[in-house]
Write a protein of this length. Structure first.
Length: 562
């Protein structure tokens, strides 16, 4: 059987709201414009003509900004948000105290110095559109479009990077594999790929795609088409209870819950492969048939759920009926699988027979067990340091997969620290060999000044969540260990490519790109480039208009193992 065709990606790559210059950028405020008249590739053979030097933040960046850290201050939280969780809703008009102004001024000065120091490596790359670097560009790709893993990058990005940096063979490793985009994109090009992923939803997505690639038979696809056309669950008497978690209780309308129960019960009559794809299809539609919407940190609840609403009533729009949603999804899956069989289909690509290997668990546990100098590239996107909690936003999927309350709490703690709920991990107890990584983070001046600032803000009671300093500290120290291990497992000269976003807390910009690159530079990598997307986050007209604040860079880093 052949793999599905690409569904004319060009047609579906639409301009994203952030792709236009913001009002602030147009007025020449801090932003990511290429420096005028400096269109040069600096002699680097990898740097294409569409990469231009990054112009460091203008003086406007030194203005002290205290705009809200999050714009979604009316988000409706899970019915019972965990203790101590509050959204950052600092008033936009709040005037910082002189002490805070001075501390922020210091951070901004350090940031500016760091940017100046890194000016030769920071490059605005106009080929890296926001659509390509996010899940967006997968929406037009057969197979990749089935499950919307919002935090994913696109298969197109991986293909672009593999081609740009001439990575054609060997084993690619992604320690934060998510839905497996890097693994399958590399596999599709004939490379070997290995991934590590903590969450069971990622594991299920990857293993089902593997099953489809390697084992699915024509008869199975026919059976899926039967399910699409005949909707056999509608005639089924038996039902299966749908497992819920505290934070998912009441997520579906009653008739949807009924449909799901019958669908799962009926699917048990099928063989293992068809059953696996039917479960996968159900996972793909959970958000659309529920009262919830994934919203970064939490699930947002539609007012029709009966859950308590915030100041602003949340209406998610159409909530799809179960029968229609699942039949449409099966339609898409069957269509994609069959389109690859058409002999005259120019876009068809044969299903990849490459074995993608997934290790299930935390990369902090698994990386140290991998062989040294065994991998030819790492391409990855870790969670960003942005408080996004995957265990909350993917709670519907995790509940359906049978994760218990305790299991959920454990997963949350095992995740790379990126939420205010993560407790500090004892890294040296986990692995005493990480001493050098911890020492590099201990001696990272920019990181330490940011941590000192956040600690001081906490002491003064000025943070609206006291977990922020612990999260930021945990994030960088844990990432230092991941970088240390990545350097160990990569062959000499092998590239590590990472997608990540800069963040801002309590008004202070945190240049994640520069801090991690400085850490990488001391742990066995040479930093080749930090490729900056043409338009950063945090430069919406509201934010820029009110405060003239600098935009947050979204970047693709290229480091090379020395
Ligand atoms: C930005 S997403 C990666 C998305 C992926 N690039 C894709 O295209 O699907 C980050 C992933 O890291 C995973 N993760 C977080 N902490 C982890 C850990 N300690 N070990 C392994 N995976 C982890 C999350 O569950 C999430 O799937």
């Amino acid at each position: 059987m052949k793999r599905a065709k690409q569904v004319s990606p060009r047609k579906t790559v639409r301009k994203q709201p952030g792709m236009h210059a913001s009002a602030g950028e147009k007025k020449g405020k801090a932003g990511f414009q290429p420096a005028k008249g400096q269109h040069t590739n600096g002699g680097n053979s990898f740097l294409r003509e569409d990469a231009t030097p990054y112009s460091t933040q203008s003086a406007a960046a030194l203005e002290i900004a205290t705009a809200p850290i999050l714009e979604n201050d009316t988000a409706v939280l899970d019915a019972a948000p965990p203790l101590g969780i509050a959204l950052e809703t600092q008033g936009a008009d709040e005037t910082p105290s002189p002490a805070k102004s001075e501390a922020l001024g210091n951070i901004e000065r350090l940031n500016l110095e760091a940017e100046t120091r890194w000016a030769g490596k920071l490059r605005v790359d106009s080929s890296l559109t926001r659509s390509l670097v996010s899940f967006q560009a997968n929406k037009g790709r057969a197979v990749y479009r089935w499950f919307k893993y919002k935090e994913a990058f696109s298969a197109g990005l991986i293909e672009h990077l593999l081609s740009k940096y001439r990575i054609t063979k060997g084993i690619l490793l992604d320690p934060f594999a998510g839905s497996g985009t890097a693994l399958f994109a590399a596999g599709g090009l004939g490379m070997k790929a290995e991934g590590i992923e903590l969450l069971p939803i990622g594991r299920t997505l990857i293993s089902t795609k593997q099953l489809i690639d390697l084992d699915l038979m024509d008869a199975d696809v026919k059976r899926l088409a039967f399910w699409r056309d005949e909707r056999p669950w509608g005639r089924y008497e038996a039902t299966k209870p749908i497992h819920e978690l505290r934070i998912t209780r009441g997520a579906y309308p009653a008739e949807t819950l009924d449909g799901m129960g019958k669908y799962l019960a009926a699917s048990e009559q099928e063989g293992e492969r068809v059953q696996a794809v039917l479960l996968f299809a159900l996972l793909c539609v959970l958000e659309n048939i529920s009262f919830t919407r994934k919203d970064g940190q939490y699930l947002r609840w539609d007012y029709r759920s009966g859950r308590r609403q915030g100041k602003k009533i949340f209406n998610k729009g159409e909530i799809l009926a179960f029968d229609r949603a699942i039949a449409d999804k099966l339609h898409q899956i069957v269509d994609d699988l069959r389109s690859g069989e058409l002999p005259d289909d120019l876009f068809a690509t044969v299903r990849s027979k490459t074995e993608v290997k997934l290790r299930f668990g935390s990369c902090l546990e698994i990386l140290p067990r991998l062989k040294s100098k065994a991998y030819d590239s790492v391409i990855t996107s870790p969670p960003y340091c942005n408080r996004y909690d995957y265990t909350r936003t993917y709670a519907l999927e995790l509940a359906l997969l049978g994760v218990s309350e305790n299991g959920l709490a454990q997963l949350r703690q095992e995740m790379l620290s990126c939420t205010v709920e993560n407790r500090a991990k004892d890294l040296l107890a986990l692995n005493p060999k990480w001493k050098p990584a911890v020492a590099v983070a201990d001696n990272q001046p920019l990181l330490q000044s940011i941590l000192a600032y956040l600690d001081a803000q906490k002491e003064l009671g000025l943070l609206n969540n006291n977990g922020i300093p612990r999260m930021v500290r945990g994030y960088f120290y844990e990432m230092a260990c991941v970088i240390f291990e990545s350097a160990r497992v990569l062959k000499s000269g092998a590239p590590l490519i990472m997608v990540n976003d800069n963040v801002r807390y309590a008004g202070a910009s945190i240049p994640v790109d520069i801090i991690l690159s400085e850490i990488a530079g001391q742990l066995g990598f040479e930093v080749e480039h930090i490729l900056v997307l043409p338009n950063g986050k945090g430069n919406s007209s509201q934010q820029m208009g009110a405060h003239g604040r600098d935009a947050l860079r979204k970047c693709v880093y290229l480091w090379r193992k020395v």
